[in-house]
Design a binder for this molecule. Sequence first.
Ligand SMILES: Nc1nc2c(ncn2[C@@H]2O[C@H](COP(=O)(O)OP(=O)(O)OP(=O)(O)O)[C@@H](O)[C@H]2O)c(=O)[nH]1
Ligand code: SF4
Ligand code: SF4
Length: 327
Amino acid sequence: MLVDRFGRPLTNLRISVTSKCNYACIFCHREGEESTADKLSTRDIELVARAAYSLGIKTFKLTGGEPLIRPDIEEIVSGIKSISRDVEVSATTNGYFLLERAKSLQEAGLDRLNVSLHAISPVNYNTMTGVRGSERVIKGLHLARDLGIPVKLNFVLTKYNVVELPQLLDFASKMSFDINIIELIPEGKGRENFHALYYPVEKVLPMLAEKSSKIERRSLHNRPVFILDTGIRVEVIANYCNPMFCLGCTRIRLTHDAKLKPCLNRNDNLVDIGSILHGGDTSQEEKLRNLVDAIKLVNSLREPFFKLNGNKCISYKGSLVGEPRKI
Ligand SMILES: Nc1nc2c(ncn2[C@@H]2O[C@H](COP(=O)(O)OP(=O)(O)OP(=O)(O)O)[C@@H](O)[C@H]2O)c(=O)[nH]1
Ligand code: SF4
Ligand code: SF4
């Protein structure tokens, strides 16, 4: 397994299979990517995943844009699953196409799903996403549950939807779904709308603590996990000014335009693998060798975005950001 200069193992590859999306969320960070043409074929994705697996990466997350927009998303899943039995493939989706695709994704081998549900009320859902889709997504969620696909609900916390949180906890508890409560990050639309939308996650922690019997910490990002009395797990994702979070980062990204990306928040240290995947007449073995070298290079470029300096939080550039978060 690869480990970076800061002692962080590399276990996880997030693959943005497309930059296209049928939603217009007011906080979208677009995985920190710049919007350009999609360049990854089904075969390209499988090849990169094979190279990653040979370096000890066994966990793969399909993201977008909206991954279920791809007509070949099932082939992408089965291609990665064909690498080995110990590979996990999950997807993060807005859930709009679950009704049509949940069954075929399960048949392709998808292990689990993260589905965004930023509000249950149709009006607030529409405000958050620009789409009248809550009822359809909730139907898709029922189908996923009936099929036995493990689901985590993603809830980006903002001033607009904080009122929805108690209802969401009830819904998730009834459905036996876990939850990610995600603090807004100043990236993409989240940067443009930050001051209008930002709601600090600390303000909802007392409510979670009151409903919980136990609090654990996950190794990924050292995220706090509240185990609710109803049995579901609620993870809190608060990256901004949080050196503990970056210290637990075990991921790299493959962008929709064929670049390896060491950090969600940076675009200045990408490794372009377009020429390895698409350049000339090289054999698959040679492509795989070159991809392995590219992943090693990206691992050497990994660096926590936020770091602790004494009792202050600094960015990777060394500039002072503020007081480190205590979550
Ligand atoms: N800054 C930062 N944020 C991340 C990172 N990974 C995930 N996030 C945030 O967490 C949100 C939810 O991510 P998901 O793709 O649903 O999955 P996850 O919970 O991170 O991963 P799993 O536990 O494997 O399902 C993303 O939209 C990001 O806002 C990361 O490496 N860095
Ligand atoms: S947050 Fe997800 S669903 Fe919303 S616009 Fe961005 S990619 Fe689409
Ligand atoms: S280093 Fe920090 S900001 Fe960058 S991807 Fe990892 S957790 Fe996210």
